[in-house]
Design a protein around this ligand. Structure first.
Ligand code: PHE
Length: 440
């Protein structure tokens, strides 16, 4: 594909939906509640929110800006823009590491998405209707102990992902999120209502919002930063690749605020739906990756029409996961396409890599944890740091100002300051702190 043929989304709205589809996923509904549980609640949530506002939002604007100015895949966009300022071609490492990170995330992401697919079947067959909490907990253990069952679901999810990406950006991605994302949100609100009526809402509020810094470890701060990148799909070129399809006249700033706000609200609502049930059923908030797969089925199992609601809910979670996973492989696929490979072949190559990696994650939770840890806590923040430094310090001020399309001079300068100073300093300080080099 030549540059003049590089696809465009015709409406601003399509970009907002696709970016929201990428951002809102398992990170919000599965990962955010469970890491909040593991890292002690309130103080962790506060650091996470600060990371979203001070680091995530500025970097997201910069990442879209590179994509839209470069108008090609992340690796070539970085090359092209660095050439503009006579910079080193080594900047393309941002794109290369991103392609790698995308494949690595897909490896464990598709396993968890597979659990959600399996739970569609579980709900539909009524297997947790009226079941006691202990049985539901044991059922999750049975799933994660059964490699073949996980393999089936994981393979199905990879096939779905490859199917959408292979079909192309315009047709495949835009249409899927248009109706389903709002529906997911409505479902979370229904669950929130159920939790409010039957769960221990006060305990949950207290857990999520009462800030006690003595519970905050260095590791927790690093995880909060990493999750801010993960949940907004930043630092690996996904949002950059999508930015390259964005119409030239729409405002990046406004779009980013919309996407980040929706993403954050959905994570908080998911937490507030899950924790009241956790406390009311005496589950442990820090029980790990099974949190959502145990607490929500308990809710559905005891709700009127829970079988129908539960089934639909896991359908929606699977779709949210799908609209994220497609963006995990889009940078790599776009790059291979630019290298002259057919889109279908490029998609197959990356999907197969993700599938094989997923097998390892199913077999070994150590591999699962390592991939999650390395990508979210190191690769994404590092990618984000380089993006911030490149746009903030290497691209020309004029060019950045024109491309960002932030109308107000004050808001532009505010963003530019955050991008040049706050975001890089935040990432570096947190890295130094978690390495134990710096104490605060
Ligand atoms: N943001 C997605 C989620 O929260 C995960 C993701 C990370 C997608 C990085 C693309 C790139 O589930």
């Amino acid at each position: 594909m030549t540059d003049t043929q590089h696809a465009h989304w015709t409406r601003r709205w399509t970009f907002v939906l696709a970016a929201t589809g990428s951002a809102v996923g398992l990170g919000n509904i599965w990962k955010f509640p469970y890491i909040t549980g593991e890292y002690g609640g309130g103080a962790f949530v506060l650091v996470y929110l600060a990371c979203i506002a001070l680091v995530g939002v500025p970097v997201m604007i910069a990442e879209i800006l590179i994509g839209r100015a470069g108008r090609t895949d992340p690796i070539h966009s970085m090359l092209r823009l660095s050439r503009e300022v006579a910079g080193s071609p080594a900047w393309s490492i941002v794109g290369i590491a991103g392609v790698l990170a995308g494949a690595m995330i897909l490896m464990f992401y598709s396993v968890v998405a597979g659990w959600a697919l399996d739970y569609i079947w579980q709900s539909a067959s009524g297997s947790y209707a009226g079941a006691p909490a202990t049985d539901i907990e044991a059922a999750f253990g049975a799933l994660t102990g059964d490699s073949n069952r996980q393999l089936l679901a994981h393979s199905l999810f990879i096939l779905l992902t490859a199917g959408v990406v292979g079909a192309g950006v315009t047709r495949g991605i835009g249409s899927a999120v248009e109706i389903l994302m709002p529906l997911l949100f409505v479902f979370l609100l229904v669950l929130l209502g159920y939790s409010w009526a039957t769960g221990d809402f006060d305990a949950a509020l207290n857990f999520m919002f009462a800030v006690d810094f003595s519970k905050l470890s260095a590791e927790a701060v690093l995880v909060a930063l990493g999750h801010a990148f993960f949940t907004l799909s930043l630092g690996m070129g996904a949002i950059m690749a999508y930015g390259s399809y964005m119409p030239g006249d729409s405002s990046i700033g406004k779009t980013v605020i919309t996407v980040a706000a929706l993403d954050t609200i959905i994570a908080l609502v998911a937490g507030m739906a899950i924790f009241p049930l956790v406390f009311a059923n005496e589950l442990a908030p820090g029980s790990g990756p099974g949190l959502m797969f145990v607490s929500l089925p308990i809710a559905f199992g005891n709700m009127p029409a829970g079988t129908v609601f539960g089934t639909l809910f896991f359908v929606l979670v699977s779709i949210a996961a799908l609209s994220s996973s497609i963006s995990l492989i889009e940078p790599g696929v776009a790059w291979l396409e630019k290298q002259g490979l057919r889109r279908s072949l490029g998609t197959a190559a990356i999907a197969i890599a993700g599938w094989v990696g997923g097998l390892l994650c199913i077999r070994s939770s150590a591999v699962f944890d390592a991939l999650d840890h390395i990508t979210a806590n190191y690769m994404l923040p590092l990618g984000g740091l380089l993006i911030a430094v490149f746009v903030g310090w290497f691209m020309r001020h004029n060019r950045v100002q024109l491309e960002a399309g932030i109308g107000s001079y004050f808001l532009f300068e505010l963003w530019y300051f955050a991008l040049r100073f706050i975001a890089p300093a935040g990432v570096v300080l947190i890295f130094l702190h978690s390495l134990g080099i710096l104490k605060f």
